[in-house]
Design a protein around this ligand. Sequence first.
Ligand SMILES: NC(=O)c1ccc[n+]([C@@H]2O[C@H](COP(=O)([O-])OP(=O)(O)OC[C@H]3O[C@@H](n4cnc5c(N)ncnc54)[C@H](O)[C@@H]3O)[C@@H](O)[C@H]2O)c1
Length: 283
Amino acid sequence: MQIKTFGVVGAGQMGNGIAQVAAASGLNVIMNDIKDEFVERGLATIGKILSRSVEKGRLPAEDKDATLARIQKSIDLKDLATADFVVEAATEHESLKFQIFKDLDHICTTGVILATNTSSIPIGRIAAQTGRPDKIIGMHFMNPVPIMKLVEVIRGIATSEETFKTTWNLALEFNKTPAEANDYPGFIANRILLPMINEAVYCLYHGVGKREDIDTVMKLGMNHPMGPLALADLIGLDTCLAIMETLYDGFKDSKYRPCPLLRKYVEAGWLGRKTGRGFYEYG
Ligand SMILES: NC(=O)c1ccc[n+]([C@@H]2O[C@H](COP(=O)([O-])OP(=O)(O)OC[C@H]3O[C@@H](n4cnc5c(N)ncnc54)[C@H](O)[C@@H]3O)[C@@H](O)[C@H]2O)c1
């Protein structure tokens, strides 16, 4: 099936980034969220990023306008009936994603691939909610989507070769570099990254170091571009906690136990940059 119309469920930091790269590659995009204000906020973010590229002379102004014009707003999942390929990038909650996939399975025509940008929820479990497990796949973009080159393409146990190839090629069309992973908790990226971030939170919790020192050690000592606590704030502490819970649940190993301090911050609504406060404060 030729992909002309691309659906994105969730217009948050990942969803609007995915919508932007899809529209920039020439696809018509339907960007869906549960409230108009969330879709508007996603669109405003895309507009801001594209305007910055125009100001810096990296993008002709008419390309910005054309990209924005290709994005259609939606607050009704049924609008995705015309999509040829859908990526779900809603909040990292298993039951929420299960419901979205059940609904998409009824709404979208049978040939349509339904991909998920989940950070850690097993693809096989999501696929089992649908009548098309061969067309369910992980398409895991990195944050911030317009900048980061990687897309982790995750095969579920039932994912067909055709679904895999189509998704892989779409990542290439988006000017990304795909990497293949199999369906185990956290896949590759977050199985490695999140235990490190969780350990950094434990260092803060145990008073091994202050937030700045923990981040400085990892930046200057390990040559990481960002410290783990600043990176956790960028990812979103709710998403970090959800991934750790999936790892802990999946492996039943105490080394994946989420740090109580991480949970405490999430319970306080300190989710990182997106709420203005996480391990650091943002203006
Ligand atoms: N933040 C990261 O660094 C990162 C990186 C890779 C993957 N992910 C994954 O991407 C997904 C989204 O994360 P995010 O950081 O964009 O979160 P976010 O909180 O910024 O955005 C999530 C959006 O989903 C919307 N949403 C919730 N329920 C919905 C529904 N039923 N239908 C449509 N939209 C709905 C919310 O209103 C919100 O706008 C998660 O699965 C997350 O694990 C996140």
